[in-house]
Design a protein around this ligand. Structure first.
Ligand SMILES: N[C@@H](CCC(=O)N[C@@H](CS)C(=O)NCC(=O)O)C(=O)O
Length: 199
């Protein structure tokens, strides 16, 4: 059984949960908000970030892209529902994930700073806000041309979990019709439904 340290609301952890469900990899989610579990994370990962996993063979991994590569590599990518397989992403898909991550990281940073009553009007933080807009404007072109969002893939999982988190935290307005379409398309799939953040 894979141990997955994370929270039910983390968009990065949700990516890993969706992938594990799709690949039929059993895992236990250790909620780092529960008493004592943060200590387990700190002991396991020098970055203290979620997702962090311990695989069946005892290997500990952090960074979602590395975790996902390991899961795809170890399972061969075969989907548990028998409907095809997921491949290890190539350069273009990794670029899309990188752009989505840039928007999400900026959104997460701004969300936590706002919660801590930081003044968001300083130039560096304004730049973070502009970075979300710029990265998402490019991502929209990729969705419109069906490079992402149409098929199940790591970049599609990254896209939809990010959009859902933007909505959950009111961190960025998900309004573009192509984004709304992609969100709606995947909302009914089991792995996305089961991992929908509470709240
Ligand atoms: N690049 C990392 C990002 C992971 C990440 O930022 N996770 C957030 C939660 S969504 C986190 O652990 N934040 C804790 C912190 O920054 O203290 C990945 O892809 O795994």
């Amino acid at each position: 059984m894979v141990t997955l340290w994370g929270t039910p609301t983390s968009p990065y952890v949700r990516r890993t949960r969706i992938l594990a469900l799709e690949l039929g990899v059993p895992f236990e989610l250790r909620n780092t908000n529960d008493p004592g579990v943060q200590d387990e994370l700190v002991a396991a990962s020098p970055t203290w970030k979620i997702p962090t996993v311990r695989l069946d063979d005892g290997t500990v991994l952090w960074e979602s892209a590395i975790i996902h590569h390991a899961l795809l590599h170890r399972t061969g990518g075969t989907l548990a529902n028998g409907e095809g397989s997921l491949s290890i992403p190539g350069e273009e898909a990794r670029l899309r994930v990188a752009a989505i991550d840039a928007a999400l990281d900026a959104g997460i940073a701004l969300f936590y700073m706002k919660r801590d009553a930081v003044d968001l009007s300083v130039p560096y933080l304004q730049k973070q806000r502009a970075r979300i807009d710029a990265a998402m404007a490019w991502v929209i072109t990729q969705v419109e041309s069906a490079r992402v969002g149409a098929e199940l893939s790591l970049d599609t999982i990254a896209l939809v979990t990010t959009l859902d988190w933007f909505e959950l935290r009111a961190a960025w307005p998900v309004q573009h019709p192509a984004l709304l379409d992609a969100q709606a398309r995947w909302a009914t799939r089991d792995s996305f439904k089961q991992t929908r953040p509470p709240g």
